[in-house]
Design a protein around this ligand. Structure first.
Ligand SMILES: Nc1ncnc2c1ncn2[C@@H]1O[C@H](COP(=O)(O)OP(=O)(O)OP(=O)(O)O)[C@@H](O)[C@H]1O
Ligand SMILES: [Mg+2]
Length: 298
């Protein structure tokens, strides 16, 4: 079972990497090396956080992608991770559910705790961790299975349903909460890949919430969607916040402003500034943050 999940995880990662490579209109980060980042400015540390990360460094082989990042994520908050292309947003996000484990060259150091529990501890099973910390990728990646089976997959492998009625209930509730049920209720046995992009992304969200995660990581979940599908996803994020903690990477500052309560700005692998979203956008303290949000860079 583990191998199968890992197989699917790496497929999802490859799809995500391809999407990242296509993101060529973004400026690259190394055009702006003149301003130094000494330490993170703002409220990166919280009392009683859901996730606590300290001095996180991430390497791909010799190349360092994250430098000494310390960031807490609060209970039931949506935190937006923003910054220029290549600054390490996806890398940091993937460290939170050990998705980087699936990349051979990748090494993570530092302290990462979920509810006080070290997620890199030898006793932590990454497959179970990923059920607690679910992930939605930039490119919707439904499994080549029916709509029903996409959502039922996680509950089945984690033994969350006692019988088929129970499983039906989980699938229907998850599809409802993802705002997709009414559109697919008459074709639950049809392939998930036959849905529109926005529907596929909501299917992936339903699949993620079907295993009752505590945290949902979203890596540019709406970047491939039209404004209507984007609005549906953003509304959904707002509703999900009641029950989950959400970290979302986005290139859209409007989106960050609409969905998040706190924002973290990354630059060249460093966590530059963290604060309340409205303050970050109206009154940034670091020059680099200001340059980015005023569109001078990135
Ligand atoms: N699988 C990998 N192998 C080697 N280097 C990688 C890999 N993934 C990312 N990197 C490198 O790590 C750095 C951070 O990349 P990352 O994908 O985290 O940036 P990002 O902020 O998510 O960018 P984008 O906004 O374009 O998605 C980049 O220099 C990138 O080239
Ligand atoms: Mg990325």
């Amino acid at each position: 079972m583990t191998t199968q999940v890992n197989g699917l995880d790496s497929l999802a990662l490859r799809a995500d990497d391809m999407a990242t490579q296509n993101n060529s209109e973004n400026l690259t980060a190394d055009k702006h090396q003149d301003v130094e980042v000494l330490e993170t400015i703002g409220e990166n540390i919280l009392e009683n956080p859901k996730f606590s990360t300290r001095n996180v460094n991430v390497f791909y082989g010799e190349k360092q992608a994250i430098f000494d990042a310390s960031l807490d994520i609060g209970q039931n908050e949506v935190i937006a991770l923003i910054g220029p292309s290549g600054c390490g947003k996806s890398t940091y996000l993937r460290a939170l559910n050990r998705m980087n484990d699936t990349i051979d060259s990748c090494r993570v150091s530092g302290q990462l705790k979920l509810d006080g529990e070290d997620i890199y501890d030898k006793k932590m099973d990454p497959v179970l961790l990923r059920a607690r910390v679910g992930m939605v990728f930039q490119k919707p990646n439904p499994f080549p299975k029916s709509i029903y089976d996409n959502v039922a997959y996680g509950p089945r492998i984690h033994g969350l349903a006692k019988n088929s009625t129970d499983l039906d209930e989980i699938v229907i509730t998850s599809l409802e909460r993802a705002g997709l049920f009414n559109e697919v209720k008459d074709r639950l046995t049809a392939p998930g890949t036959g849905l529109s992009g926005g529907q596929q992304q909501r299917l992936c969200i339903a699949r993620t919430i079907a295993v009752s995660p505590e945290v949902i990581l979203m890596d540019e979940p709406a970047s491939a969607l039209d404004p209507i599908a984007t609005a549906i996803i953003e509304e959904l994020i707002d509703e999900l916040r009641e029950n989950y903690t959400i970290a979302i990477v986005t290139h859209s500052m409007q989106q960050a402003a609409r969905v998040s309560q706190r924002t973290a700005y990354f630059h060249l692998g460093k966590l530059v500034e963290v604060g309340e979203t409205n303050l970050i956008f109206t009154n940034p303290r670091h020059q680099l943050t200001e340059n980015y949000i005023t569109g001078k860079f990135g």
